[in-house]
Design a protein around this ligand. Structure first.
Ligand code: C2E
Ligand code: CA
Ligand code: CA
Length: 273
């Protein structure tokens, strides 16, 4: 009936209002969280073919009233409101402090740290300026960007990539294969590591899934790009990926992302077999 139609419109209006209000609240809380430093950079190990820990990825967590809020619940809102720029600066500074601290410990000094850079941050003037400030440990730090930074202004993106390399940082292309861009980004943009998305690793036990990843890895090799497998959860997956010749592995099989102190303990007691 007509009245029911009207009600459902009101219902969706209400839903939208709830969503907008929720985002508004999160945004305001995020501003406060930035002032209070209520974030933590968790670290997830990356290993080589032999299982040795060679690096880690920094993954942000929001510690709100003793609760851990995962990035998927606030990064998109931070991205929309521009707050991601401040959060990104915090991540960069934190990453720097961590590798600096690692330099004083034999067990940790060779562990590289990659941090995530949002598309908005990547294009922001301040980004290169901030990178310059942490270039002292550029050889221990890597950045992770997604294909989306290549879409709009290709020339600008190439310039930024060149400047990042000139400062000495390596670049990971994150979530490869999930976006809209084509394979040609690999030959067009100078990247050091290609991170094969978890979705493809999930599919590796199937013949087609295996052939797909194998093709990506072979192509990367021919372009001198190293590969990283994301979301490795089982030994079977690890073995297949090793056979294919993936360089670096990350996933729950080795460890979940851990708070820094736990990560250090993990490294010090780690044996893989
Ligand atoms: P991402 O960069 O693709 O990070 C990998 C995500 O996969 C992480 O989720 C990690 O915990 C999860 N993961 C790793 N191994 C496994 C596995 O074996 N199984 C499963 N099921 N998941 C695994 P997380 O930490 O929740 O981060 C989600 C996303 O939030 C990240 O995806 C990244 O896009 C964003 N993010 C995280 N930290 C930052 C940051 O500091 N800055 C920005 N701009 N974005 C960030
Ligand atoms: Ca990442
Ligand atoms: Ca990823």
């Amino acid at each position: 009936s007509k009245s029911r139609g009207k009600n459902s419109v009101t219902f969706f209006d209400d839903m939208l209002e709830v969503k907008v209000k929720k985002e508004f609240i999160i945004k305001n809380d995020l501003v406060k969280a930035l002032e209070k430093n209520d974030f933590s950079l968790y670290l997830q190990p990356k290993v080589d073919m032999t299982g040795k820990i060679v690096g880690c990825e920094g993954l942000i967590r929001w510690i709100k009233n003793n609760q851990i809020i995962p990035p998927n619940e606030f990064i998109p809102i931070a991205e929309k409101s521009g707050l991601i720029l401040k959060i990104g600066e915090w991540v960069m500074k934190k990453s720097f402090d961590i590798v600096k601290e690692f330099q004083n410990d034999e067990d940790l000094k060779n562990i590289k740290l990659s941090f995530n850079v949002s598309p908005l941050q990547f294009k922001c003037e301040n980004f290169l300026f901030n990178l310059e400030k942490i270039k002292e440990f550029a050889n221990m730090l890597e950045i992770e960007i997604t294909e989306s930074v290549f879409i709009e202004d290709k020339k600008k993106a190439k310039e930024i990539i060149e400047k990042i390399h000139n400062l000495g940082f390596k670049i990971n292309l994150d979530d490869f294969g999930t976006g809209y861009s084509s394979l040609s980004v690999l030959k067009e943009f100078d990247i050091d590591y290609l991170k094969i998305d978890k979705a493809f690793i999930d599919d590796i036990m199937s013949e087609n899934g295996m052939v797909f990843v194998k093709t990506i890895v072979n192509m990367s090799k021919s372009l001198s790009i190293k590969t990283v497998a994301e979301g490795v959860e089982s030994k079977e997956q690890f073995n297949i990926l090793k056979n294919i010749g993936v360089d670096v592995y990350q996933g729950y099989l080795f460890s979940k992302p851990l708070p820094k102190e736990e990560f250090i303990k993990f490294v010090k007691s780690y044996t893989f077999n």
